[in-house]
Design a protein around this ligand. Sequence first.
Ligand code: C2E
Ligand code: CA
Ligand code: CA
Length: 810
Amino acid sequence: MTTQNNLSHNHILSIRGYVIVMDGWAKKWGQNKKGGTPALRPWLTKRLLEEHFGSIKASVAASIINASILGAVFSSSRSWQILAGAGLLLAVILLWRVANYRMLLKAKTDSAKIKKILISVEYNAAVLGLWWGASVIALMHGATPSQQILCAILGAGKMAAGALTYRTLKRAAYLFVGLCAAGCFLSLIELGTGAAYASAILVLCYMAVLFASIISTEAAIIESHEREEALRDSAETIHMLLADFTEQGSDWVLEMDSQTRILNPSEQMAAAMQMPIETLAGQSLLDLLDEGGERDQLADHVALGRAFRNLQVSLSAGKERYWWSISSRPALEMNGNYRGIVTDITAQRQAEEQVSYMAHFDSLTDLPNRFQFNQRLTRMVNDPAVNPGVMYLDLDQFKVINDTLGHSFGDLLLKGVAARLKKCVSAQEIVARLGGDEFAILLENRSLEEIQHIGDAIIAALTQPFRLDDHEMIVGTSIGIALSPAHGKDAETLLRNADLALYEAKSQGRNRQIVFETSMDEASQMRRALELELRGALGKGELCLHYQPLVQIDSGETLGYEALIRWEHPERGVVMPDAFIPIAEESGMIIPIGEWVMRQAIDDLMQWPKDKTVSINLSPVQMRSPSLITTLVQAIAKTGVDPQRVCLEITENVLMHDSDANMATLHKLHEIGVQIALDDFGTGYSSLNYLRSFPFDKIKIDRCFVNEIDTREDCQAIVRSVVDLARSLGMTTTAEGVERDDQVEHLRREGCSEVQGYLFSRAVPHDQLTDLRNPVISRAKRLVDMESQRKLKQQISAQVDRIQKGNKTG
Ligand code: C2E
Ligand code: CA
Ligand code: CA
């Protein structure tokens, strides 16, 4: 910042004032260069006169002594009356000289008076010069040789002394020296000897030299006076400016000595440093400043006596940290002490720091942001001594929490997550927030095992419930890991591959960490291609519904069918929902697809016997769609089916946090008369409490419990308690993924009401449903088939055995 930028209107005026002063100075200077007369410059004339009179006592005394010596030497050879008259005349001339001096003392800066004094001094010099010149002529005439020597020395001495005495007043000097020289010259010529002629010529030479030295001495003196005056002018101006700054408040004057000790501290400065003004005086500025900034430069400049500009230094007073910009220079008029201006730039620095902080840190969590993360990663990748590892994290369930409980809640959760993540890594490792619910950790020279160990710790830390306000919630995390150099040699590739591994972790069921593999890259390209193709699939009629029966466990009767979507891709063949539903959810295409499923399934239902139901899967994203209710109502109204025959399957995600909006939607759906099932129970962060949060009609127990129900007691226990609680709440239970007879037996024993699984049927196209009206028969038929196949295999192997034996014997 320049000083000028800081100036108020007043300051600009002051600056102008300064320019005017400088202008005036330049004019005076210019006049001198052009040889203007001193009389036009009273301050300078006065100064020159003062300097001339500086030696008045000595010069008057010298005159008297010189005259007395002359009088004494010539008293015997000259008439005393003449000598006395001459002495009297000299006394008058010297008194006149003293009178001039006294007038000057009183003159101040009155230019007319000074001019008068100067002229009087010049006349006085002429008369005095004349007196000495005439005295030499008069005394030389008829003098003895030794008296002649005295006269010559006296004349020459007077010339030299006059040149010195009148050195500051050129005209007076010319007159005095000239008249003395004339006296000496004429008296020597009159002697008429060869030596006298030579001496006369020497006198002329002396006079020329003295005139030359008078010219240069006076010029030098004038110049030095003018410099001094200019300096004083500018010093005054600077004082004026500084006073203005000080008054203005934000800037103040700083004075210090060459040891940076503060001199004459201003009140503003004392206030800024929160110190009494007395304590501040004499303190070393350097000691008061914080380390860093440009403090050392300031110290160097002062040590070398150099001026400096806009050095930014900081100091801490109380809890605050202030920033100052200091410009200062050693001031001639202050014996080399420094004087300068301090500008408080704290606000500006804070703004700059804020901008820089915002560019590098996430304002919510205070973690480094994506920009800084990329910078650090790039630096590490480029360092041959470092092998960076990247962990890419994404919170499971965060979107649901954010959408259902609101953004301020989401923010609190993100802060909590950031704090826990930082605890899982060492201080020098970087935890960054890349945006939304995505975090990343940058590790240096860690082995894969170490990284996975950290990953385990993170998963464990984040699956601990968060207690925020009155809510308790659980988020999980999925982690993708990529390690340099195996998984990428540049920052971009490493981060992308960690992201791909993260995607894989999420699709494998969340709350897990996966290390990048090359196949994931292909999978991601496939995913991108699928996304593009999916956009056209609905319009091209490539989507269709398959149906899987739900069977009553006691009677073996098919109660209804679950609609499961399939994508009949012209090149890829049948694409299963797990491969494209997540893509549809991410891209928002799930809304039109889900509405199509709803209309199609209810259309199909219309063609089934009146006792059969249809189950439709709802994605959590659809729950937030404003058109959900309308689509359902329209589909039911159009077909005229009993809403009771429609069951909507939602997952725990929707309930995780009993958000008012989601609950309201569920209740509205219930009011329409459709049934609501809680799907995949046990896969998320199941809590039996969810069962109490809404009056579900049905609980679908996830197939992971069914799969091992025959071998694991904990699975049996879970199924038992879910069934018990469901029954007590008036809900039915459906066990999913039943593949074996023994599972059916166990489920029956635990009191489960319905089963669904490959044991009865896979999901089949709508036109094949007629064969599955009685899946129990079909299962029996299949078992018979299996039995006959087993027998056939036995027959074949027996035959093979026989043939082999025959070969050996033969
Ligand atoms: P889900 O709702 O849990 O559906 C049951 C899944 O388990 C189906 O897979 C079904 O084919 C499979 N399954 C059934 N019996 C067995 C069995 O005995 N063993 C094994 N291993 N699996 C069995 P599918 O059709 O691939 O669907 C997968 C998931 O895709 C569904 O899980 C559901 O969440 C989602 N989905 C399917 N159709 C739709 C739809 O129209 N809309 C939405 N939003 N999601 C759908
Ligand atoms: Ca389902
Ligand atoms: Ca399910």
